[in-house]
Design a protein around this ligand. Structure first.
Ligand code: SAM
Length: 420
């Protein structure tokens, strides 16, 4: 897809700011891409192994950064919440040193189109089950953070906090504070207690990169973050990084897009299999560690071991299930029976998918804000989502229908594989 090579003036201003603040850029530039917002383009031919960008650790914004710690945020608050509070406070500060960076982020208006958390209820209701679960978890985390911060931030509206929280969600990198000694007063907590949720940093310029399942792998060390070309690039090609091994449901809910080709595109079958289980069968699977997290993959074998265990409990005598889960028998003899049972479940799911696709396609569009979006300037609209129309847009429908078609294709391929 062709990129607009000359970015608008706020991006030019940001590059000057970034280079003054510890970002070294080599052979790449920000550019606008259809359907992906801003991204990074090769500004000349690039060779595999060339370092494309280095962001010094002092340019990162993490919970350990003095500028964040100065606010003395509640010590029990999450790192995500602290960074969101920091960004929200900076948005309301006209003299914030981070203004050039903020001006190149997507506006709330843009987020309202892209991110499912902002979608109208009737569109959210048609999300795939796995996306709904992820969205519900996302909303719970956001609400908890807002509860922790609402009294601490009397000048910040929930709308601004939500926007800042989503900026953090879509634009942070994994940062384990490698620049700080094992025990250091600036660490958010004891290192031994870190979970992934404690390790976030905002990373100027690096947050321009879009995601691909195959792309450059950002690397970090005590000096900061860098991205190196994973292969040769021709001038004008988009350069992607990989955000991690994410399914399309995860990408949709957390980032607002899906990949047409995604090597991590497994489908959850929990909502297909779990309703078939009796309470006793659920208990047995829980005790054996095989309850839930059932997946279907586009590759062969199409189902994981956990799914096979659940299907065997559902359709075989319990001793044959026990032989399978204890590993004493691979259960090859019963495989045709298991395949037939799965085929019936998947054929039922395939019918539901077609009905849902029809519902998505039949949604009435109230596309009032769409044209403005294309010509919108990030600098002007920033976090201000006031006046944004809340109706169903063609973009909501397109993204949702695309996701359901991807699911349909994976399920239909499995049905064919099983002889349906
Ligand atoms: C870290 S930012 C990347 C820069 C962003 N595109 C922008 O306009 O500022 C992550 C966001 O970029 C978009 N994005 C990233 N990879 C994408 C892709 N492969 N296709 C479509 N959108 C993508 C999503 O909106 C996501 O939430």
């Amino acid at each position: 897809m062709a990129a607009a090579l000359s970015p608008s003036e706020e991006h030019t201003r940001f590059i000057v700011w970034a280079e003054k603040n510890g970002v070294e850029i080599n052979g790449i530039a920000p550019a606008q891409f259809v359907g992906r917002g801003m991204g990074i383009v090769a500004a000349r031919d690039l060779k595999a192994g060339e370092r494309l960008v280095h962001v010094s650790n002092t340019a990162l914004v993490s919970a350990a950064s003095p500028v964040v710690r100065n606010y003395k945020f509640p010590p029990t608050s999450t790192i995500h919440g602290r960074l969101a509070a920091f960004l929200a406070l900076n948005y309301t500060d006209k003299n914030s040193v981070y203004r050039p960076w903020q001006e190149v982020w997507p506006s709330q208006e843009e987020f309202k189109t892209i991110l499912p958390i902002y979608w109208p209820q009737k569109v959210q209701d048609l999300l795939p089950h796995a996306s709904k679960v992820l969205l519900s978890n996302q909303r719970t985390k956001l609400e908890k953070d807002w509860t922790d911060f609402r009294t601490f931030l009397p000048s910040i509206s929930k709308s601004l906090f939500t926007y800042a929280w989503l900026i953090v969600n879509t634009r942070t990198f994994y940062w384990e504070y490698p620049d700080l000694p094992k025990t250091h007063v600036r660490l958010p907590k004891k290192r031994a207690q870190f979970t992934a949720d404690d390790c976030y940093a905002m990373c100027p310029f690096m947050d321009y990169f879009n995601h691909s399942d195959v792309g450059c792998d950002p690397k970090n060390d005590a000096k900061g973050y860098s991205v190196t070309a994973d292969r040769d690039y021709k001038a004008g090609e988009e350069v992607y990084v990989t955000y991690g091994a994410h399914t399309n449901d995860f990408l949709l809910v957390e980032y607002g897009f899906t990949l047409e080709s995604n090597k991590c595109n497994s489908l959850s079958l929990d909502h297909v299999i779990i309703p078939q289980l009796s309470p006793d069968q659920s208990t047995i699977l829980k005790e054996d560690g095989f309850y839930g997290n059932y997946t279907l993959t586009p590759s062969t074998p199409t189902t994981c071991h956990r799914t096979q265990a659940a299907l065997r409990l559902l359709s075989l005598p319990s001793r044959r299930y026990s032989a399978f889960v204890s590993g004493t028998d691979e259960g090859a003899v019963e495989q045709p029976k298991i395949d037939k049972y799965l085929l019936e479940l998947l054929e039922g799911y395939a019918r539901q998918i077609m009905e849902t696709l029809e519902e998505v396609e039949g949604l009435a569009v109230e596309d009032l804000g769409q044209n403005r979006r294309a010509s919108r300037s990030r600098a002007k609209s920033m976090a201000n989502g006031e006046g944004v129309k809340e109706g169903v847009t063609t973009e909501h429908k397109d993204v949702l229908a695309r996701r359901w078609r991807q699911i349909r294709d994976v399920v239909n391929a499995a049905v064919r594989e099983l002889g349906g």
